[in-house]
Design a protein around this ligand. Structure first.
Ligand code: UDX
Length: 740
């Protein structure tokens, strides 16, 4: 799901208009040269073509490694040579009543209109189950209230009128250049898109199972992060001995894969993929991973009927029995969710008309592209429920020109899994199994979730749905009686009460003797992790706390004197959806004892916020803390321990109660030697809200106790303190004297 590109690309930039010639990195006299605005002296290779497109040039310069720069350059040149993408792809959706690609010829406006009338009435009388046609009006002039271009009208309705907007569900491109063919007149090409009636006879829940042998589901879990307790809870909620669980864990998440391996060892129907990828948000790797995992599933001995992909933040909203009943009655259907807006708008918002190259765990935008002619482009959500025959087709038809072409196209596509499956479905012989419902309810709150939060991962503005909270309960309850089986997102570090409630709604209340039902623990660091790299400031602080703790233990006069050793684990502890501190587990050596013992210490950040004068807008200020990793969508810092080192990007986060008017206050950032490091003007909105401000402090920040003084109306009204820790380690190695 996407909003708008972060920096508006130059719409006049067309890579296919780039003149192609071979260039050399050095001119004949040995001086470094520049071609276009590409600085060749930065490259240790010679690009295959002259690259002048603004986006490609920017991507090449921003990429760090030569390998990535070269990949971007090569892809850009292949596109410019017309050698990367297929120009046209076949559409194999069978169309019993209508002729695919039938051209009604060249007409003037009124005649075209009459012809269309005739066409529509024929269509109405045809009783065709395939009721979506694509109407291409390529005159270059507005016609019947619709601008020229590829437009689509569905459901055997009357010809388009000014009152009716085109339906969004088909968008087949019109081939050829009509102006040339028609000498300036209108041309009308009618293309059968062959989409099944979008409301197929989906069985209602409760259809007696007796009629249908129960399906077996392969849950394809694509996981990231460290929420292992939640992942196990998800598996437990879905578990049935007849189902299968195939798990891909992001290649960078050592902890999660280690923890889940024990499930694989215990359960024959759980397996972890050994082909792991760094599946970045929105990346092409997400699609290649899904296709690879589906191939593994098809080749496995597991006898499944459906693949359903889920993430660590999905949870069922119906029982396993209900899901099986529903799918058993709809065995050969494929469930995907379409965007539900005008197709061209979707293509633009989604960046489908741009090429992206994935390397260095980033999707680099390299420029515009032309989508292949002849197919319907469709997309929406990447959460799917696909039937075995379709998955078999996707993974085994290696020579199928449609699939081959789509795989190439989507290798250079942002958020590819949001469109690849829809497009393959709509243009293949499986088109009539398409159901516009992915069985999911998604908690979109675009005001919060569309903050371009993935700019560091993709050259585009991405959106994410919010986590469900207790106030969203009605939304979840509203799924009752509807063909909705899953909801997203859920994250117990944000809210676990809603997950408990949902779980009990589905499977009944927990027995009263279950302890800690309202507590949650999540790993922050584990000694065995190679990846992701730990935060040096976190390791420094936790080592220091372990030493302090051991000193405290020694001072209580016990005969054993524990000396703090290796740091083992750091865990975040939450109770009743409040962060209650962190648990630091470390090894400790005791005199005369051969092997070390483990000590776990529970620590919590100290609050330093104080109001000095509750005047004006300051009377509304409830809290003020300094932290990092502020999540604008969930309006909270994910650095629960508030560990700050010299290189941390700090954020001040405050809670306000409602007020009468919006007012400005001043935050003065004071470093440990008492110098003013930064002054930020902060607007206190007139509503109850969570606000934040990010100062642009120079790094490395001076280690020590920092302060924020809050000033309003020239009066010091409130203040807080925060600690910038020095570093003991840099990338897990002890700091040298010079670095210190
Ligand atoms: C939203 C939409 O729900 C989804 O359809 C779209 O593809 C992306 O935007 P969002 O909440 O933003 O989802 O993404 P998230 O659920 O965090 O990640 C999507 C998938 O990618 C998950 O399976 C997640 O495990 C995986 N992922 C994400 C990784 O494997 N590695 C990452 O670094 C990030």
């Amino acid at each position: 799901r996407v909003k708008v590109p972060p920096d508006k690309p130059d719409s006049n930039l067309k890579l296919d208009s780039v003149p192609i010639r071979t260039v050399s990195a050095k001119s004949s006299d040995g001086n470094k040269t520049r071609v276009g605005s590409l600085r060749l002296e930065e490259l240790d290779f010679v690009p295959m073509c002259e690259i002048t497109g603004k986006e490609a040039v920017s991507a090449i310069h921003r990429a760090r490694t030569q390998h990535c720069k070269q990949e971007i350059a090569n892809t850009t040149c292949l596109i410019a040579f017309g050698q990367l993408y297929p120009e046209r792809l076949p559409h194999s959706c069978s169309a019993p009543d209508l002729v695919m690609g039938k051209s009604l010829g060249c007409f003037q406006d009124n005649k075209a209109s009459r012809l269309l009338q005739g066409f529509y009435s024929n269509l109405k009388n045809s009783n065709s189950p395939l009721n979506c046609i694509n109407l291409c009006l390529q005159s270059g002039f507005p016609y019947a209230g619709v601008q020229y271009g590829s437009e689509c009208f569905c459901d055997n309705e009357e010809p388009p009128s000014t009152a009716r907007l085109p339906d969004s569900s088909c968008n087949m491109k019109c081939p050829g250049d009509p102006k040339e063919a028609c000498g300036g007149y209108y041309t009308i090409n009618i293309y059968q898109t062959g989409v099944a009636k979008l409301t197929p006879q989906v069985a209602k829940e409760g259809t007696p199972l007796g009629h249908h042998p129960p399906v077996r589901i392969a849950f394809l879990l694509t996981l990231n992060g460290r929420a292992v307790r939640q992942v196990k809870r998800l598996i437990k909620a879905l578990f049935h001995r007849d189902h299968f669980f195939y798990i891909h864990v992001d290649a960078r998440q050592d902890y999660l894969v280690r923890e889940l391996m024990s499930l694989e060892m215990r359960l024959g129907n759980v397996r972890l993929s050994r082909r792991r990828h760094a599946t970045i948000w929105g990346g092409a790797s997400l699609l290649s991973m899904l296709l690879e995992a589906m191939t593994d599933l098809v080749n496995s001995a597991w006898d499944w009927d459906f693949v359903i992909n889920l993430s660590e933040s999905d949870f069922p909203v119906k029982t396993n029995t209900q899901l099986v009943e529903f799918l058993s009655a709809n065995r050969r259907r494929n469930f995907v969710k379409s965007h539900g807006r005008e197709a061209q708008r979707f293509i633009q918002k989604q960046g489908l008309d741009k090429s992206f190259v994935e390397c260095e765990a980033h999707m680099w935008r390299v420029g515009d592209r032309t989508l292949p002619w002849g197919i319907v482009i469709d997309g929406g959500s990447d959460w799917l429920a696909l039937s075995r025959p379709f998955v078999h087709y996707l993974t085994t038809s290696t020579t199928d020109p449609l699939l081959k072409g789509l795989i190439t196209l989507f290798k250079y596509t942002l958020l590819p899994a949001e469109s690849f499956f829809h497009t393959a479905l709509r243009n293949s012989k499986f088109c009539d199994s398409y159901v516009d419902n992915n069985l999911h309810v998604t908690n979109w709150r675009r005001k919060l979730g569309c903050k371009c939060q993935y700019k560091h991962v993709v050259d585009w503005c991405g959106c994410s749905p919010n986590n469900f909270k207790p106030e969203d309960w009605a939304r979840l309850q509203g799924t009752e009686g509807r063909s909705l089986y899953f909801a997203r997102k859920f994250e117990p570090v944000i809210n676990q009460a809603i997950i408990n409630k949902l779980d009990e709604w589905l499977y009944g209340p927990y027995p009263p003797n279950v302890t800690n039902i309202n507590s949650y623990w999540q790993s922050v660091y584990s000694e065995a992790d190679m990846s992701p790299p730990p935060d040096d400031a976190l390791i420094t602080i936790c080592n220091s706390l372990a030493r302090i703790n051991s000193r405290l233990l020694s001072s209580v006069g016990t005969s054993c004197i524990p000396v703090a050793g290796k740091l083992l684990d750091i865990t975040s502890y939450h109770h009743l959806d409040e962060y209650r501190g962190s648990l630091i587990m470390y090894e400790s050596h005791i005199k005369d004892l051969q092997s070390p013992i483990k000590i776990e210490v529970w620590i919590k950040p100290v609050e330093f916020f104080s109001i000095l004068k509750p005047i004006g807008p300051i009377s509304r200020l409830k809290t003020l803390v300094v932290s990092s990793d502020y999540d604008q969508k969930e309006q909270t810092s994910r650095n629960f321990m508030r560990v700050i080192g010299p290189f941390t990007e700090v954020t001040a986060i405050f809670h306000l109660s409602a007020g009468d008017s919006t007012q400005n206050v001043t935050f003065i950032w004071i470093d440990p030697i008492g110098a003013i490091a930064e002054v930020t003007e902060v607007s206190f909105e007139d509503v109850a809200c969570v606000g934040f401000t990010k100062p642009s402090l120079k790094t490395p920040m001076l280690p020590g106790a920092w302060e924020i003084k809050v000033v309003w109306n020239r009066t010091l009204c409130a203040q807080t303190r925060f600690l910038v820790s020095p570093l003991q380690m840099l990338s897990k190695s002890p700091l040298t004297h010079h670095q210190a």
